[in-house]
Design a protein around this ligand. Structure first.
Ligand SMILES: Cc1cc2nc3c(=O)[nH]c(=O)nc-3n(C[C@H](O)[C@H](O)[C@H](O)COP(=O)(O)OP(=O)(O)OC[C@H]3O[C@@H](n4cnc5c(N)ncnc54)[C@H](O)[C@@H]3O)c2cc1C
Length: 467
């Protein structure tokens, strides 16, 4: 007899959903995590703090209202770290409470500490008191997530040179900042600090950024960020960072030097598998700490599953939750289901980006014909009302059967608006649905109708000539 039917290592989005799904199926479930990490990276250092900071910055700077009230509009003149931290702490506390309550209601036991495998059916849990407790289980789900990767050559001090964990604990809003790495996390923080008035320089080894997104939208983002005084150094690499008394000096391989109050590295993430003693369970991780799984999230050991960031791409809270749920259902012998291939991507830069389906580049590469329908927010009454003159929605439509191949949104509410397109695509709908639908007025959702009309008109023009 084991202590639990299912033991989950890690209480982030994937671990929570795995535990609750198994508990709903009547299993005896426990989650192991550290005292101050309930909710995982997602709640404590990643998604939730970064999105709350963004919301606080947008509100306090008045940035999103400046189209309406002028470029000098501010809600608060001197925005301090305390202003930002107060909102973040409030949300983290509330969200942690919600999770604690959900787990308790579903009778999921919380075991505080760091877990490491003793064998394939037991872990040792170290609560920090010097004594370890052995907990046995029939099946396990590893949901240990990731931490920021720290290049060995860089002397992180969590004050001047920080990673994405350290950046949320800065003592003051920096006047200048170098962001190393133009991935999603790097660009989200670059936007946020640029909106606060920090002079940001982004250094990226590659020639492009966010190259999995619509190119036109990435160009628009760059334009907006340049307008907020962001400097981009593409095709450049940081060779060394020197710490001086009042600032850091970044030396690029090209010989350029940049002085900054803060240097933030966003150099990828590393699976948190080193504490897990995987070998005791008969498992291994790759050089980036990731664990390999099959289509049902099962590891090389049949009774042990792995979900969330620890298994790698796409490493999002949104997909991690679903992986957790699916893994638990499989572990409990429920009929197996797979995750929908239609997964939206949300990038909380300022302005935000979201898309679902294919990009123009991908369709062109595979010689898939498509027509583009565009709606600009400034042509919508809601766009004018909210003061968004730059937002846009782009539909990629198959001229053959009207299917939506991709939906790309830039600007206010992009990460929400995209779900309408996702629903239409997921239900196999065509552009005709959008042409015939009545939308609330005035809304940003109306952009779908405008873009659908644009695409349909273009397809009609081609058909008229081409037959
Ligand atoms: C700055 C930032 C912004 C992000 N923004 C977004 C976003 O906008 N949208 C989005 O979808 N995703 C976003 N993400 C990604 C998202 O946070 C992750 O995909 C998600 O948190 C992964 O969830 P997870 O279940 O794998 O576990 P995590 O949230 O990574 O948590 C893992 C947990 O496992 C615990 N753990 C590790 N080892 C052990 C052990 N040995 N014993 C016990 N417990 C252990 C850790 O303490 C931690 O609590 C962002 C990430 C970052 C860093």
């Amino acid at each position: 007899m084991y202590d639990y039917d299912l033991l989950v290592l890690g209480s982030g989005p994937s671990g929570q959903k795995a535990a609750i799904a198994a508990a709903k199926l009547g299993r005896r479930v426990a989650i192991v995590d550290r005292r101050d990490m309930l909710g995982g990276v997602c709640i404590n250092t990643g998604t939730v703090p970064s999105k709350t900071l963004r919301e606080a910055v947008l509100y306090l700077t008045g940035l999103s209202q400046r189209d309406l009230y002028g470029s000098s509009y501010r809600v608060k003149e001197d925005i301090t770290v305390a202003d930002l931290a107060a909102r973040t702490q409030h949300v983290i506390t509330r969200q942690t409470d919600v999770i604690r309550d959900q787990l308790a209601r579903n009778r999921v036991a919380m075991i505080t500490g760091t877990g490491r495998f003793a064998d394939p059916h037991a872990v040792w849990v170290d609560a920090g008191s010097g004594r370890e407790t052995r907990v046995s289980f029939d099946k396990a789900v590893i949901a240990a997530g990731t931490r920021p990767a720290r290049p060995e050559s860089v002397d992180f001090d969590d004050r001047t040179i920080v990673d994405s964990d350290g950046v949320i604990n800065l003592q003051a809003v920096p006047r200048s900042m170098v962001v190393v790495g133009a991935g999603v996390i790097g660009m989200e923080y670059a936007s946020l600090f640029a909106a606060l008035g920090t002079k940001v320089t982004v250094v990226e080894r590659r020639e492009r950024m966010l190259d999995f997104c619509d190119e036109e939208i990435v160009e628009s983002l760059k334009y907006h960020l340049r307008d907020l005084s962001v400097t981009f150094r593409f095709g450049e690499e940081v060779a060394a960072v020197e710490k001086h008394r009042t600032a850091a000096l970044c030396v690029l391989r090209s010989g350029k030097k940049i002085v900054a109050d803060t240097v933030m590295y966003s150099a990828g993430r590393q699976g948190q598998t080193d504490d897990l003693a995987l070998e005791a369970a008969g498992l291994t991780a790759d050089h980036r700490g990731r664990i390999q799984v099959d289509a049902n999230y099962r590891t090389a050991v049949d009774t042990i599953y792995a979900v969330g960031d620890v298994i790698g791409f796409p490493a999002l809270a949104s997909t991690s939750m679903e992986q957790g749920r699916l893994a638990a259902q499989h572990a409990c012998g429920e009929p197996s289901r797979t995750m929908s291939e239609l997964q939206p991507i949300g990038i909380y830069t300022i302005p935000e980006i979201s898309f679902v389906g294919r990009t123009e580049d991908e369709l062109t590469e595979t010689s898939t014909p498509f027509e583009v329908g565009i709606a600009r927010y400034r042509e919508l009454a809601r766009g004018q009302i909210v003061g968004d003159s730059y937002g846009m929605l782009k539909l990629l439509v198959s001229p053959e059967d009207g299917r939506l191949l991709g939906v790309h949104v830039f600007g206010t509410g992009a990460t929400e608006v995209v779900h309408i397109g996702q629903a239409v695509m997921g239900c196999g709908g065509t552009v005709d649905y959008l042409l015939d639908a009545v939308f609330n007025y005035p809304t940003l959702a109306e952009a779908y109708k405008v873009a659908a009309l644009d695409a349909a008109n273009k397809i009609r023009n081609i058909t008229r000539i081409d037959g």
